[in-house]
Ligand binder design. Structure first.
Ligand code: ZN
Length: 319
């Protein structure tokens, strides 16, 4: 019922003990139990405050049957049609219900084929598909039942193999030293500082020695980000609001949790728009995304440009 490769790497998110599959659930030696629905392990904790309401929804509804898969091979999954404004960001809002294709980004990191890769907060799986197309052995984790079920359908529709888990980035249900690369995009930027630090420690735990983490975050002094903070009156962020981190605090938090950390430019003027999606974006936004990409290339020679970037990658190496 669960892919054996995945089962071997799963661990209890409470005690980190090994799990045994018993009919329709997983159980650790201490008696912690996790249901499996439609081949997907439900590893969310029901006794902690959640990062997003979708986790409570998943705990309540996971045993209900999944909706039928979309009709026709060319149709775009309805969950992706609805979620693209949230998963892609503001520049994708006009595509709600009108996506002509899946917006699959280009993952900007290199690794040998077969590398075990974890995407934290994968939702419908855009980064999972990108990594799987490069031949990496991909696991996606997310607390959204609709997101994970959509990811399963999108993987089938795009012809890639990925493993999916319903779970919480702060309590990763994997054995130590499982992944060579952990990636997360537009996820930890929404966490409270305490939750982001907890998630970073978990990422450090599940990375192999010399494995890499690449975590996208929002930078406090990016031009767009200053404007957004001004718009909300510099009030304290709540719930899933974006948190704008100073670079020094990012470097310190991830160095402590994982290992030596560098900060590089992901983009300017937007937190999410991808060069691979130019054809989907409005013409004015295409110019912004191209300019952002040009500046990112300049930043490879002038790394101090990261101080003005809106979106940054926090790159850590596990020691
Ligand atoms: Zn346990």
């Amino acid at each position: 019922m669960i892919d054996p490769w995945l089962l071997e790497r799963l661990a209890c998110p409470r005690c980190h003990g090994a799990l045994a599959a018993q009919s329709v659930e997983l159980r650790c030696s201490q008696g912690h139990r996790y249901p499996v629905t439609d081949g997907i392990p439900v590893m969310l904790l029901d006794d902690v405050p959640q990062t997003h309401w979708v986790a409570a929804h998943a705990l309540e509804h996971h045993s209900e049957p999944a909706a039928d898969s979309v009709a026709g091979e060319t149709a775009i999954d309805p969950v992706v049609q609805e979620a693209v404004g949230a998963t892609g960001g503001n520049l994708y809002r006009h595509l709600l219900g009108r996506l002509p294709r899946y917006p699959i980004p280009d993952l900007p990191f290199e690794a040998p084929a077969g590398t075990p890769f974890l995407d934290v907060g994968c939702h419908w799986g855009r980064w999972c598909v990108s990594a799987a197309r490069r031949g990496w052995r991909v696991v996606g984790i997310d607390p959204s039942l609709n997101g994970i079920r959509a990811a399963k359908r999108v993987a089938r529709a795009t012809g890639v193999q990925i493993s999916l888990v319903l779970g919480d980035g702060r309590y990763l249900p994997f054995a130590p030293s499982t992944f060579q690369m952990v990636h997360s995009y537009s996820v930890l930027q929404h966490f409270s500082e305490e939750d982001a630090r907890r998630c970073a420690r978990e990422i450090g735990r599940v990375l192999e020695a010399s494995g890499e983490a690449h975590i996208q975050m929002a930078q406090r002094f990016g031009a767009l980000n200053l404007l957004q903070q001004l718009r909300r009156g510099f009030r304290r962020p709540q719930l899933f609001d974006v948190r704008y981190w100073p670079l020094g605090a990012l470097r310190q938090a991830f160095s402590e949790a994982i290992g030596p950390t560098t900060l590089t430019v992901d983009g300017f003027f937007s937190l999410n728009a991808q060069l691979a999606d130019l054809d989907l974006l409005r013409p004015a936004h295409r110019t912004l995304v191209k300019l952002s990409h040009a500046l990112r290339r300049v930043s490879q020679r002038h790394p101090s440009l990261v101080q003005a970037a809106d979106s940054v990658y926090v790159n850590s190496i596990k020691v």
